[in-house]
Write a protein that binds this ligand. Structure first.
Ligand SMILES: Nc1ncnc2c1ncn2[C@@H]1O[C@H](COP(=O)(O)OP(=O)(O)OP(=O)(O)O)[C@@H](O)[C@H]1O
Length: 288
């Protein structure tokens, strides 16, 4: 399912003295099957974009087309429930939204709310717990007895149990330690690679953009100022700096090595790309 923005603007508290622009004249497509990263400085409009992906916000002007559903300022709120199933949102610190007595009930809550029987919803909970890498025995535990990272996985399992066509992640690894971050990003990567899950990721981590995304939207002051592949977006360090964005760590390291006489073409964005280009230059690669 594609999600298409056509000249979308959104004004918070429109018509009041507190009115403020959220996004301005955004046009672009989140392609079915893509892994799209949305990046930009604080206040650039990323969260406002996300909330248009399942019509939590409706455009002040312009249209958002989600699959076959066209959302405008005039769209009636009543008919939006199916969208909430099709576009699953994992908000920042999603674990704060857990509330049931057991993990199983918490994960099953969403599907049951959409008419799935209790038995089938609990079977889904069983499957999703595995998918997010948690042991089976957490199902009967209280979510509040788990670690923070485990609680977040339960919250994500609850979103996945809705079997969304598009999975939207708002800084899903915020507050996790480096290994927890890596494991969680690998989990999303697996969903994308093995099941073709469409993913939209808001992140401040340029390494994650380079490692996982195939498409990038760059936001600044409410506008979508650039779209492209990570390679296209990271090709111009001066432009990135002007927009208060950085390079992935690997590309930064390659820049430092280039200043010492090493040569890279194309610019390496991931560790394995860096290693592939560096090894021949230091005469390595053959051991023993
Ligand atoms: N509830 C609100 N009421 C009024 N203005 C808002 C509201 N939420 C956001 N804004 C404004 O809309 C603009 C875009 O904000 P948004 O939260 O979408 O940016 P962001 O890129 O997600 O920021 P961050 O990286 O800090 O989460 C900002 O100028 C912000 O001040």
């Amino acid at each position: 399912m594609d999600i298409t923005f056509d000249h979308v603007s959104f004004t918070y508290q429109a018509g009041t003295p507190f009115a403020g622009d959220g996004i301005k004249d955004v046009s672009g497509v989140i392609r079915d099957g893509s892994y799209t990263a949305i990046i930009g400085h604080t206040g650039s409009g990323k969260s406002t974009i996300l909330q248009h992906l399942n019509a939590l916000l409706k455009p002040t002007s312009g249209t958002v087309t989600i699959g076959d559903k066209v959302i405008t300022n005039e769209t009636n709120n009543k008919n939006l429930k199916p969208l909430r199933q099709k576009v699953g949102m994992v908000f920042q610190f999603a674990e704060n939204q857990l509330f049931e007595q057991t993990v199983a009930k918490d994960i099953a809550f969403g599907p049951q709310n959409f008419g799935v029987s209790e038995k089938d919803a609990l079977a889904l909970a069983d499957k999703m717990v595995k998918m997010v890498g948690l042991p089976h025995d957490v199902l009967e535990k209280s979510p509040f007895d788990l670690s923070g990272g485990q609680m977040r996985r339960v919250a994500i399992a609850g979103v996945l149990a809705m079997q969304p066509e598009v999975l939207v992640l708002d800084e899903p690894t915020a507050g996790l330690d480096p290994s927890g971050r890596h494991e969680m990003m690998q989990m999303f990567e697996q969903l994308h690679r093995e099941q073709g899950q469409t993913i939209v990721l808001v992140t401040h981590q340029m390494d994650d953009v380079a490692d996982y995304a195939d498409t990038v939207w760059v936001m600044a002051e409410g506008k979508l100022i650039k779209t492209g592949t990570p390679r296209e977006i990271f090709a111009d360090p001066a432009w990135l700096k002007a927009n208060q964005l950085g390079l992935p760590k690997t590309a930064q390291l390659a820049q430092q090595l280039a200043a010492k006489g090493f040569h890279f073409d194309p610019q390496p964005l991931t560790e394995s790309e860096l290693a592939d280009q560096l090894v021949p230059q230091i005469g390595g690669g053959q051991r023993g």
